[in-house]
Each structure stands twice: as structure tokens, then as C-alpha cells.
Design a protein. Structure first.
Lengths: 578, 128
């Protein structure tokens, strides 16, 4: 048994054979066409098709999943990659979505019997024909077709149609959002002989153009669902069995009625047609804690919501409400993305990427292997072990990293930055009041305005290049193997061991070097310069206006010393000049 | 308009007549609806594949500059209820009707050919 991984990215520009992200197919349709095979031969395989849109281009073809040979253990899984998954609202930007563009066609039809669709966002853009956006139509009684965490939105027909060529084929829709469909949100088995066994669990369906759930034939289960805003009935049962368990509605056709509203009943974030966000927006929602625990369900047990948050209270609908200030992840293998305000976010083991767009009072990562990017403000950010890149754009009062193996880039305002072990490059563009690094192996560059008189920079071991453009109050480095370049003003600069090049452009109030084996070049004003007891300089160059004395005390060995400029007092070289 | 065309044998093509005759109804339907050489997988606007690659082991690209865009060229052929797929695509490039000079280009290492609308209409056919 082997897993065959293939990749789809409409923005890829490689060989398009699907063997990597670089060479990804440019549509799910072409991937499906090229990869059709017998998955059951040779001991059996699993086909996993990973989808993303790295440049934000929608996947604009339609497709039928058909023509494979699959089985329960040799299935087809289509999964949207971390960081490209829908956020319960209409996807834009780099959220992967399958839009379809074909007149008279469904956007996605599943004719195979063992297919899993995870995190897909699907719509239908054509206005020609009223066929479903997604039709699930497996053809054997033992079928297991599942959609997990999917979003179906807009379109001019039915959102999801469940039917089957064999009675009893099980089709599960788990943690789904379906809204503003042109016709029914979900239609179950529309004709005799196509009687699927639907399992509609924890779905939220809003603003359907006809019924929310229309059960025509067959025997189906709906559990923990909410339906509201339907043009016709929320739940409409016709010649079929739809067994409901803790299902909520707006119109009295379900088990319990709760207003489809942002200010009462369900308390969704947004119920306006065309702008839906049917996540729960208030702790007052009647959906909270009123669902049935399905972690032991006989057909499809699960225990998370649409964004993989634990269902600790079992809310009704796709979303499990989490009060602000309590977002917490112990083991997060997928992507974590954030848009909005947050009082606290903590991750103990984060293998995927973490992206922020919003404000956070506190954000902590203990082990983050992926990319951590932040756009917004944070009062405190801490990363104990970050092997990926970290980028920050915004304001922060404090940033702390204990082990940062990737690059660290910053653009914004920060009061304090502390990194104890930083192996990658650091680049700054902004203002900072204080920066401390104990072990910096990579390059460090700074470009920004600095006026705070309290600025303090401290390096214990810097192996790379340090470049400054701006002002600094104090710089201290104990072991600097690389080059240090300044373009700006500095109040005080101290190096205990500097093996590389030290060059200045700007003014400095005080410079002290105890061991400087490289080149010292200075252009600017210098009020005081104190050298070490023993200095070996290859070249000393003093260019500029020096109001105070320039003194070098100790044994100086240098190939050349040149003094060009205006010296208000004197230049004294004390000791033995070799 | 540019066509991405299925240009290889489908794995079901290896099934012999006896096996096909023995298939149950769902599998037979699947067999009939399999991709076949020449099926138009996608249609795209002019220039689409100028900046993108494609799987040259599975497809060829036929470019017809200036030809009016038509989604219909990549639709499936459904039954009368428009529910069950009878053929994976109703339009296909009939290899036997492609002039040799064009076929040589299609089956070269580039797997891309540019033709006129008149030329493509000579070998583009609709299934029934």
C-alpha cells in the first residue's frame, strides 16, 4: 500500500506533471484526467491530491471524478493545503476555490465510490442551467463518499446533491457551510433508484434559494445541523426519511427553532445574503453546547469543527464557538491563519504555517517548524523554537525568540526584541527601542529611524554581518566575527572581540574596541575614541571632523595610518607604533 | 482558443472484449465514460499555455488563435436526464483525420501545435 501524492496549483508554471508544487497541475480537472488509474492493483494505493493557489488564481474548470478503480482502502482524497483553506466566508486571494465555468455542467461531480473531499471551497459561476454546484453520485452500495469542512456558496442551482446508483451508498457531509445557493442547499436522492444514505452532520445552511435540506427519497440522517434564511422550508421531507437529531431551524421545520440572526438566536457573524459569515459570533448563541456528541457516531465519528478546533461543547452547526482570549493549540500540524482580534493565542507544536492578520494581545509558539508571519499589532510575541521564517509587519511591545533557525524580518514598531539563538538572517525596517541577541550566526541588517534615547543593542556572539542604517544609542558586541558597518549616529559602541571589518559613516560619541584585528574605517564626527591596551590594525583611516581628542592607547601595529580632516584638539597615538 | 487534449491510452483501454462484456452495469458505465485519446480535457483562452506547462505524457495542446471561445467543447455527454455521463467528453480530436504534418507536430517532443480554425474543424468531431 503506497500513497501517491499529486499537486495542483493554478499559479504553477513548471512541468505540470503534478509531482511537486513547482510542477503542479494547473487545474484539478487536468490532474484528475491524467492520473486516472486502478488504485487497487499491485497491493493497492491511495491517491492524495493536494491543492493550493499560490498566486490567488481560482481553479476555473469543472470536473467529474470518474474512470478510476478504487476501493475502501484504495481511495481518492482531495485536500486543500494548509494556508489555502477557506475561512467560512467567500474565498478570495490565496484561498483555493473551485469555481467551474462550464455552461450546463456541475462544478464537481463525484461518480467514484471512495472519494474524500477536504477543505474545498466550491461555487458555480455559470448562469446557464440550474444543475448542482456539487453532485455526489457514487455507484455502489458500499460507497463511502465524504466531504469534510467544505464550503459551497452561491451558484444558480442546488448546492449539493446526494444521489447514488446503488441504494445505501453512504454520503457524508461533515462540518459544511452551504449558503446562498440558487435552489436547495442540499437535495437528497431526487429519483427512485438513486437512494443514497446521506449523513449530514454539523452543517450550517443559510439563505438557500429553495429548501435548506430537501429530502426526496431514501433514508438520511441529519445531526447537529442549523438551517435558516431559506426561501422555502428549512427542512422539507418528501417521500423520504430524514431523521433529525438536535437540528435547529428558523421556521419550525426542525427540532428546535432559533433565529437566523446576528443579534438573537443563532448569533451568526453575518447573515446578509452575499456577505455570509455563518460562524457563531456571540457567547449568547443558542447553538452553543446544544448539539449531540458525535465522537462515537456509528457511521462517521469526529470531534472537531470546520477549522479543526476541538468540539468540547458540541455546538450546533459547522462552527464550534471559542470565546476570544482562549485560542489554544497543543499540536497543530496544519496551517493556522488568523484574521481579526485576539486576546491570546498559544501553540505548543506547530508544524505548519502560522499567519496573522489582525491584533493580538499575546501570541506564543513553543515549537513552530513552519513559517510564522504576522501583520498587525501585538503586545507580546514569544517563540521558543522556530525553525522556519518569521516575518512581522506591525507594532509590538515585545518579541522574544529563544531558538530561531530561519530568517527573521521585521517591519514596524517594536519596543523590545530578544533572540537568544538566531541562525538565520535578521532584517529590520522600522523602529525599535531595544534589541538583544545572544547568538547570532547569520546576517543582521537594520534600516530605520531610531530616535529613542533608550535604545540598547547587545550581541554576545555574532558570526555574520551587522549593518546599520540609522541611529542607535548603544551597541555592545562581545564576540563579533563578521563585519560591522554603520551609517548613522551612535552614542556608544563597544566591542570586546571584533575580528572583521568595522566601518562607520556618521557620528559616534564613544567607541571602544578591545580586540580589533580587522580594518577600522571612520567618516564622521567623533568625540571620543578609546582603544584597547593592545591593538593590531591593518589599516586606520580617520576622515572627518573630530571635536574631541582621538586617542589610541597601547601597542598599535598597522600597515598605514591616515588622518584626513579637521581635528579640533589633537590626535594622539600613544605607545609603540610598528 | 486553446485545447488541452487527452493523448494517451486510458488504462481501461487494455481491457479485452471478454472483460468488457463481463463488467457489471456501474463498471460498464464507467468504462464507457472513460477518457479516450483525443478527448478535449480543457479549453482555454489564447495564450494560456504560453506561460504554463502541461503534462506531456498525458496531453497535447492544440492552439487555434482567434477561434471564438466555447466552453461547450469541454463538456461531457450526458444522458437525457442530464444526470449520468455517457461519454467523458462530447468533443474530441479524431486522430485518423489529422493531417500527417500536423500530427507530426502534435507528437513531437513539444506536444504543441498551432492550427487554423479551418484545419481544426476538419478533425474536431462531436460524439453522439
Amino acid at each position: 500500500m503506497a500513497t501517491i501524492d499529486r499537486y495542483v496549483d493554478p499559479d504553477a508554471a513548471g512541468a505540470a506533471n503534478g509531482t511537486s508544487w513547482a510542477d503542479a497541475y494547473t487545474s484539478l480537472n487536468s490532474c484528475e484526467a491524467a492520473q486516472q488509474q486502478d488504485l487497487t492493483d499491485g497491493g493497492g494505493d491511495v491517491m492524495v491530491i493536494h491543492c493550493r493557489c499560490s498566486g490567488g488564481t481560482a481553479d476555473s474548470t469543472s470536473l467529474d471524478i470518474n474512470g478510476w478503480t478504487a476501493a475502501a482502502a484504495s481511495y481518492i482524497q482531495i485536500i486543500v493545503e494548509d494556508g489555502y483553506r477557506h475561512q467560512a466566508v467567500r474565498p478570495t486571494g490565496n484561498i483555493y476555490r473551485l469555481t467551474g465555468a462550464t455552461a450546463w455542467d456541475r462544478t464537481l461531480t463525484v461518480n467514484e465510490s471512495f472519494v474524500y473531499l477536504d477543505y474545498l471551497a466550491i461555487t458555480k459561476t455559470t448562469t446557464d442551467g440550474t444543475y448542482p454546484t456539487m453532485e455526489l453520485y457514487p455507484d455502489v452500495a458500499s460507497a463511502r463518499v465524504r466531504t469534510l469542512h467544505c464550503l459551497v456558496y452561491d451558484g444558480n442551482g442546488i448546492g449539493v446533491e446526494l444521489s447514488s446508483g446503488a441504494a445505501g451508498a453512504q454520503i457524508s457531509i461533515i462540518n459544511g457551510f452551504i449558503y446562498r445557493t440558487g435552489s436547495h442547499g442540499i437535495r437528497c436522492s431526487d429519483e427512485a433508484g438513486w437512494d443514497a444514505a446521506g449523513r449530514i452532520y454539523n452543517c450550517t445552511i443559510g439563505n438557500a434559494g429553495d429548501d435548506g435540506i430537501f429530502s426526496v427519497r431514501g433514508s438520511h440522517l441529519a445531526k447537529n445541523c442549523y438551517v435558516g434564511g431559506s426561501t422555502n422550508e428549512d427542512y422539507d421531507i418528501d417521500n423520504a426519511t430524514l431523521t433529525m437529531t438536535t437540528c435547529y431551524d428558523e421556521d419550525g421545520t426542525g427540532d428546535t427553532t432559533s433565529a437566523f440572526s446576528t443579534s438573537a438566536g443563532a448569533y451568526f457573524v453575518n447573515v446578509t445574503a452575499g456577505s455570509e459569515d455563518l460562524t457563531i459570533g456571540s457567547a449568547s448563541s443558542e447553538l452553543i453546547g446544544n448539539g449531540t456528541d458525535l465522537s462515537g457516531d456509528g457511521d462517521y465519528p469526529f470531534s472537531t469543527d470546520w477549522e479543526d478546533e476541538d468540539r468540547s461543547d458540541w455546538d450546533v452547526g459547522a462552527d464550534e464557538y471559542v470565546a476570544s482570549g482562549t485560542t489554544y493549540y497543543q499540536s497543530l500540524a496544519g496551517a493556522f491563519s488568523f484574521t481579526g482580534g485576539l486576546a491570546k493565542s498559544a501553540q505548543k507544536a506547530l508544524a505548519g504555517s502560522l499567519s496573522f492578520l489582525g491584533t493580538a494581545a499575546k501570541q506564543t509558539n513553543k515549537q513552530a517548524a513552519g513559517i510564522l508571519s504576522f501583520t498587525g499589532s501585538a503586545s507580546k510575541r514569544t517563540s521558543k523554537s522556530l525553525t522556519g521564517a518569521f516575518s512581522f509587519t506591525g507594532a509590538a511591545t515585545k518579541i522574544t525568540g529563544k531558538s530561531l533557525a530561519g530568517s527573521f524580518s521585521f517591519s514596524g514598531v517594536v519596543a523590545k526584541v530578544t533572540v537568544k539563538a538566531l541562525a538565520g538572517a535578521v532584517s529590520f525596517s522600522g523602529t525599535v527601542a531595544r534589541i538583544t541577541q545572544k547568538v547570532l550566526a547569520g546576517a543582521f541588517s537594520f534600516s530605520g529611524a531610531l530616535s529613542a534615547t533608550t535604545l540598547h543593542m547587545y550581541y554576545q556572539a555574532v558570526g555574520g554581518v551587522i549593518a546599520f542604517t540609522g541611529g542607535v544609542q548603544k551597541v555592545t558586541a562581545k564576540g563579533l566575527q563578521g563585519a560591522l558597518t554603520f551609517a548613522g549616529n551612535v552614542a556608544k559602541l563597544t566591542q570586546r572581540a571584533l575580528a572583521g571589518v568595522l566601518s562607520f559613516t556618521g557620528g559616534v560619541a564613544k567607541v571602544a574596541s578591545k580586540l580589533l584585528s580587522g580594518v577600522l574605517g571612520f567618516s564622521g564626527s567623533l568625540s571620543t575614541s578609546t582603544g584597547p591596551a593592545s591593538v593590531v590594525l591593518e589599516t586606520v583611516e580617520l576622515h572627518g571632523s573630530f571635536g574631541a581628542a582621538v586617542s589610541m592607547v597601547g601597542t598599535i601595529s598597522s600597515a598605514s595610518i591616515s588622518c584626513l580632516g579637521s581635528f579640533g584638539r589633537m590626535v594622539s597615538l600613544k605607545g609603540e607604533l610598528n | 482558443m486553446e485545447f488541452l487534449i487527452f493523448w494517451k491510452a486510458h488504462y481501461m483501454d487494455a481491457w479485452d472484449a471478454a472483460k468488457v462484456a463481463s463488467l457489471d452495469a456501474p463498471t460498464r458505465a464507467k468504462y464507457d465514460a472513460r477518457y479516450q485519446m483525443g478527448d478535449i480535457v480543457e479549453v482555454r483562452e489564447d495564450g494560456y499555455w504560453a506561460t504554463r506547462g502541461f503534462d506531456k505524457e498525458s496531453f497535447v495542446v492544440v492552439k487555434v488563435p482567434g477561434m471564438a471561445f466555447d466552453w461547450d467543447k469541454m463538456l461531457a455527454l450526458y444522458d437525457t436526464d442530464n444526470k449520468k455521463i455517457l461519454r467523458r467528453r462530447k468533443w474530441f480530436g479524431n486522430r485518423t483525420k489529422i493531417p500527417q504534418n500536423i500530427l507530426n507536430k502534435i507528437e513531437s517532443s513539444d506536444r504543441v501545435v498551432s492550427v487554423t480554425a479551418t484545419q481544426v474543424n476538419n478533425f474536431l468531431e462531436r460524439k453522439t
